[in-house]
Write a protein that binds this ligand. Structure first.
Ligand code: ARG
Length: 472
């Protein structure tokens, strides 16, 4: 690679004082972050507005300078929103792009804005504000996903299906019960994001480069103006901390892993072998060669998204590991991973919500699947304990022997005659016939959080109250 000449050999108007020429093209290429950090423009403008208000309130700049700055920032916000803003890589990042445009628009007052501030506290503030908004939108999306799951769970509170362990038929459950497991998982995700938000919500603004400032500033005021709970207590920590990004990414990684489990179940459920659900044309694609195909691509992509998100978490942990305080340019590498993870999480949440709403259950196929795998063998063992007083381990053995007979005959447990069962355990009575059906097995599991339809309905009602999600 050859190092090209200085792009325009222009010194930086922002920091060029002690330089005699501009950076090389390569320096600009590795250094510029504007291509991605322009996503912070609204937050950068909000931070600058608050800073200017505070500088004026503390008598550090005049009120007319503040008004000029506010007016200019409003114009810039409108220009960027309308796509009328020319971003320049020579100006490195969003902070300097905006400040430079502000100088073009309003002249001298723009040059007073950076008093008692540094790009270090500025970027930390912008990024916190951005992640805070992101967390709020993720919470809304998660609540929407829970709402759809609750509706589908209600609809299928009585729909029997096999519950699996090791992906082998275990015990009968209801489809509504199964879906409610995800309502809980996404509820914990919301809790994790909320915890992260609470810790995030302190203001770095006014920490300046790392040591605070000699100007008589009011960090409390800027914190309040930006909706932060308080200013961060240590200026060095304020500019070097990225815990909020790590906490967002780790919460996002766990949430994405949850979605990937549901997505994988959907892939299994809609396979020809299972046929428990069907996804419509809206969430499937065809094959370019096999005309019969309907592929669950959206579910597969949701299943894959944790790759990026976990990758972003790993990436940022590695950037921060061993990084000495305070700011190092390494920290500019904090944003792309978070932006990419945010996009991946957002699309995965939307697609998952869409698929859960879209899927059509096939209760007949779920019921048919219960004819295999002896899903009520545990109920037989429980009956032997309850009605005959056998110790559970012995009951397990007896039930296993009876399953072996049914397996040998190729029939289900409730297709065996009482006599066949009595050959294994003579004390078994006709009452056993009542507990071998899947309907009975499900209805019986009324323990708190169990799969009995009435219990599932009670938990749905309680979850609706807990999450403030009313019935549609
Ligand atoms: N673009 C930089 C970032 O994202 C802004 C902070 C630059 N600070 C500095 N001292 N060079 O981290």
């Amino acid at each position: 690679m050859t190092e090209k000449d200085t792009p325009d050999s222009a010194k930086s108007s922002i920091w060029g004082g002690r330089f005699s020429s501009g950076p090389s093209q390569l320096m600009q290429d590795i250094n510029a972050s504007i291509d991605y950090d322009k996503r912070l423009y609204r937050q950068d403008i909000a931070g600058s507005r608050a800073h200017a208000s505070m500088l004026a309130a503390c008598g550090i700049i005049s009120e007319s300078d503040r008004d000029a700055i506010h007016g200019g920032l409003d114009t810039i916000g409108a220009e960027i929103a309308a796509g009328d803003f020319t971003f320049s890589a020579a100006l490195e990042d969003i902070h300097m792009n905006i400040e430079s445009r502000l100088a073009e628009l309003i002249g001298e007052p723009a040059r007073r804005l950076h008093t008692a501030r540094s790009r270090n506290d500025q970027v930390a503030t912008d990024f916190r504000l951005w992640v805070r908004e992101l967390i709020d939108s993720v919470d809304e999306a998660l609540a929407g996903l829970q709402a759809v799951l609750l509706r589908r769970a209600e609809e299928h509170a009585d729909t029997l299906m096999p519950g699996f362990t090791h992906l082998q038929t275990a015990q009968p459950v209801t489809f509504g019960f199964h879906l409610m497991a995800y309502v809980e998982m996404f509820g914990r995700d919301r809790g994790r994001f909320a915890d992260a938000r609470a810790r995030l919500n302190e203001s770095p603004l006014g920490a300046a480069a790392l040591a605070g400032t000699g100007f008589p500033t009011d960090r409390q005021m800027t914190a309040e103006l930006l909706g932060f709970d308080r200013p961060m207590a240590n200026a060095m920590d304020a500019v070097s901390d990225r815990d909020f990004a790590l906490e967002f990414l780790s919460s996002a990684a766990i949430c994405a892993v949850h979605m990937s489990r549901l997505a994988e179940e959907m892939v299994i459920w809609c396979s020809d072998r299972f046929g428990f659900i069907a996804l419509s044309d809206a969430f499937t694609t065809g094959s370019s060669i096999m005309p019969q195909k309907r592929n669950p691509d959206a579910a597969e992509l949701v299943r894959a998204k944790p790759g990026r998100i976990i990758g972003a978490l790993n990436g940022l942990l590695i950037v921060l590991k061993g990084l000495p305080l305070a700011y190092g340019k390494d920290m500019q590498e904090d944003k792309e991973g978070v932006f990419d993870a945010a996009d991946a999480l957002g699309i995965a949440l939307a697609a998952t919500t869409g698929m859960v709403a879209d899927m059509t259950a096939r209760p007949e196929n779920m019921r048919a699947a219960l004819e295999q795998g002896f899903p009520t063998a545990t109920d037989l063992a429980d009956y032997l304990v309850r009605d005959l007083g056998l110790p559970f381990r012995e009951a397990h053995h007896v039930s296993g022997s009876i399953v072996a007979i049914a397996a040998g005959k190729g029939c289900d447990l409730d297709a065996l005659s009482l006599e066949e069962m009595q050959q294994v355990e003579p004390r078994i009575t006709a009452a056993v016939m009542d507990i071998l059906s899947c309907e009975a097995a499900v209805a019986m599991r009324r323990s708190f959080g169990g799969t009995a339809p009435d219990e599932v309905r009670a938990r749905i009602a309680e979850a609706r109250a807990r999450y403030g999600i009313g019935a549609a």
